[in-house]
Design a protein around this ligand. Structure first.
Ligand code: HPA
Length: 276
């Protein structure tokens, strides 16, 4: 499976399906990563649709990921929450999230905020820190646009993490009393964690964070004309930087513990900034 295996007709089919359940244009779309799913439970007047029911949506589950589309209100704004994502490592398809993103183009979502749990390779970004992604490095997995025949595949990546959205996230962080450092995220395919040598490589290339998601979503979002930003919760230091090697239980546990800060940031973002 690749880019061409998720045709744009599925964007329309997904849109028709969710519109019939009452899903309209959101002020903000949010992808929730590992341990962050509880924000979906706070959405008011929620319409909740399992991915398995929506045409073209990814199947399968990773523990810590609930996998449902939730549409409703937060802080008086209309939000569309992707509670759970599919990853490249699940089936080898880097374009596995193409239809959910394509749905956003059909719904007219003005902005996408992706979230994830990540490892830190920067000693000053300790576990528990929320980081705004400023840029990324993608060396370990194929580009999701491989197989796209449209000229728009040559998508510029200079400002992939939208500077205006990032500025608004900084303003929201200040309002919520949170520090929000910015960092470079390096995508590794997973599902194995990195080796100590790979973590040293990440440091050499200027990464601050390592993780197994988000990058293909941002590349596809840019290709589809969406405006996007991304936030990481640091759940651990990279392999070799801490005594106990990173593991999935720790990732979920620390993400759970730090989730209230990320939620406060998202709520402040929705409250404080003009959207749409
Ligand atoms: N490596 C890759 N992905 C991750 C990590 C990590 O250390 N922590 C959370 N997601």
């Amino acid at each position: 499976m690749a880019w061409a295996d998720h045709p744009e007709t599925l964007f329309d089919a997904a849109q028709r399906f969710v519109a019939a359940r009452g899903v309209g244009t959101p002020d903000l779309a949010i992808i929730l990563g590992s341990g962050l799913g509880s924000l979906a439970d706070e959405v008011e007047d929620a319409v909740r649709i399992p991915y398995a029911e929506i045409p073209g949506f990814p199947r399968g589950a990773v523990s810590g990921h609930a996998k449902a589309l939730v549409f409703g209100r937060l802080e008086g704004r209309s939000v569309l929450v992707f509670a759970g994502r599919s990853h490249y490592y699940e089936g080898g398809d880097p374009a596995v999230m193409k239809v959910p993103l394509g749905l956003l183009t059909r719904l007219g979502s003005p902005a996408l905020l992706a979230t994830n749990a990540a490892g830190s390779v920067n000693p000053v970004m300790a576990p528990g820190t929320v980081v705004a992604i400023a840029d990324h490095v993608s060396l370990g997995a194929p580009n999701p646009l491989i197989g796209d025949v449209d000229e728009r595949r040559f998508v510029p990546m200079a400002e992939a993490y939208d500077p205006a959205l990032r500025a608004r996230l900084q303003a929201a962080a200040a309002q919520a009393g949170l520090a929000l450092p910015e960092g470079v995220y390096m995508w590794w395919s997973g599902p194995s964690f990195e080796t100590p040598a790979e973590i040293r490589l990440a440091q050499v290339v200027g990464a601050d964070l390592v993780g197994m998601s988000t990058v293909p979503e941002i590349i596809m979002a840019r290709r589809l004309g969406l405006v996007a930003a991304a936030l990481s919760i640091v759940t651990n230091y990279g392999t070799g930087m801490q005594v106990v090697a990173p593991n999935h239980m720790e990732t979920k546990h620390v993400a759970d513990a730090a989730a209230p800060r990320l939620k406060a940031l998202v709520r402040a973002f929705l409250r404080e900034t003009p959207l749409g």
